[in-house]
Design a protein around this ligand. Sequence first.
Ligand SMILES: Nc1ncnc2c1ncn2[C@@H]1O[C@H](COP(=O)(O)OP(=O)(O)OP(=O)(O)O)[C@@H](O)[C@H]1O
Ligand SMILES: [Mg+2]
Length: 277
Amino acid sequence: MIRVKDLKKSYRDVQALKGVSFRVSPGELFAYLGPNGAGKTTTIRILTGLTRRTAGDAWLAGFHIEREDLRAKREFGLVMQSISLDQELTVSENLDIHGRLFDMSPSERREKIDKLLAYVDLIDRKDSLVKQLSGGMKRRLMIARALLHSPRILFMDEPTIGLDPEIRRKIWALVKKIQHTGTTILLTTHYIEEAEFLADRVAFLDRGKIVVINTPQNLMEQIGAWAIDRMEGCEMETIYFKTREEASAFSAQQDESYTLRRVNLEDSFLKLTGKKV
Ligand SMILES: Nc1ncnc2c1ncn2[C@@H]1O[C@H](COP(=O)(O)OP(=O)(O)OP(=O)(O)O)[C@@H](O)[C@H]1O
Ligand SMILES: [Mg+2]
């Protein structure tokens, strides 16, 4: 559904993408994970036609992003990193404008807007001004807007940034629900547990290059199942174990304080890049 081949992007002196390739299958939820400046937003901006590639190719539902850009543009919805709504208009007016841009008829717009507002749990705020909504509500409205023209692909750039953990979980449930309707989703995130919880596959991006692509499960299994964090002088050290028994045997020999826990995706990322996301 999404195919990216050796994509490169340079801004004057910065090489933001140094040859990125991946494919996302129909209905898959693909998480693009990486530290600040890794090139996550740049990738989404290129795929959605907001900026031009320097080299390489990409296709959305088989349509080339530049040679067939008008067809490619109908295939996706986009939820951007920053809030991009008209604050002075109501919830339904914001959606209506978007529907017009996609040439939807008035009756089609009315029907779809009500359906989507119910879907994202905002139907009772239909006539509220956007500026009166909370951050989580605005985010859900942006998701509804991205889905209005029934795209087969949904791009979400940091969909839960700045939201508190409870609201974040609400958005996660919504993202899962969207995936279950068959939509292909590419999301970027800083929150490693978000990728761990949601993604079928994860790509780790670091300084414009993909370090690894795999399922969260495989990535975690590669380093072990259990981890012990302990202080080694002033440094925190983490040791990985295949089984709980091995970890327990090791911890029995410790006289300093330590923590025994399950391996998580952050461990894999640290091991692969030497960095925290
Ligand atoms: N318009 C621009 N002009 C010049 N450099 C840019 C521009 N946009 C991005 N960059 C640079 O490209 C690199 C990748 O940026 P990008 O925004 O894609 O990263 P990101 O992974 O989305 O980071 P974040 O997690 O902070 O959102 C960075 O070094 C950034 O400074
Ligand atoms: Mg970004």
